[in-house]
Design a protein around this ligand. Sequence first.
Ligand code: AMP
Length: 264
Amino acid sequence: MRRAPRETLAFARECRLVEPERRPDRRAWFEAGAPTCAPDADPRLRPWRLALLGPPGVGKGTQAEILSGRLGPCHLSTGDLFRRSGEMQPCERTPALERAQQAMREGQLVSDDTVLALVRERGRCLHCRGGFLLDGFPRTLAQAEALDGLLREERLALDAVLSYELPLAAIAARLEQRRTCAGCRAIYHLEARPPARDGACDHCGGALVQRQDDRRETIAVRFATYSRETEPLRAYYAARGLLRPVPADGTPVEIYERTLLALR
Ligand code: AMP
């Protein structure tokens, strides 16, 4: 792995946010084919190209938000893509997206073909000047191998795969308390990270809702799917020298600090 220049980490630790005009515009990810956002990346920051691994609810989305705000890479979440498609009118969805909605409701994975088609359509996002953070992708060995191929074609490489680690029992308790903004997708936790105003997002004022797949009955299915399909990716990336384990207990800021250490 390339080493982070010392000043990069020092800069990140100052907890300065990347200026809003330099933040990547996630619309290019949500609406494949939208004009490339390509903001001017902060010249003090290198473009990090990272993938986040870990069980559902371990806090990958929260870390992705923080890392994107501090280090500049665009947050590319396949789960957010599928949730967006759930907000479309049923007649706007393709049969593949309709099946994806069904899989999500049941806590199952969306088929590799559908996921890979969506990621390929958004290949330009991998060239984001600020770098990228893959959140929730890859999730199966087939997806990891396809990502390797895609990155090779694009002449890009992952810098690291951050593996957030916490026992599943601790995560189950967290998931039931998670709330997501229906507008901008910011993530809250009713105890650990509550919004300033009950039920409203601090960033955009949107309504905070519980994701359908965060309900208790779906969580067990999602954990079983994770253990069977995604857990093997840890060994896959360890064998390639890319895996960086990060203990995921504690506050989001503590986990972020450990993430920086893991990237060092
Ligand atoms: P997440 O927000 O990453 O937990 O994703 C929510 C749901 O979207 C998952 O439970 C899956 O149904 C679906 N999903 C997201 N990313 C993938 C992926 N890479 N492969 C298969 N299904 C996915």
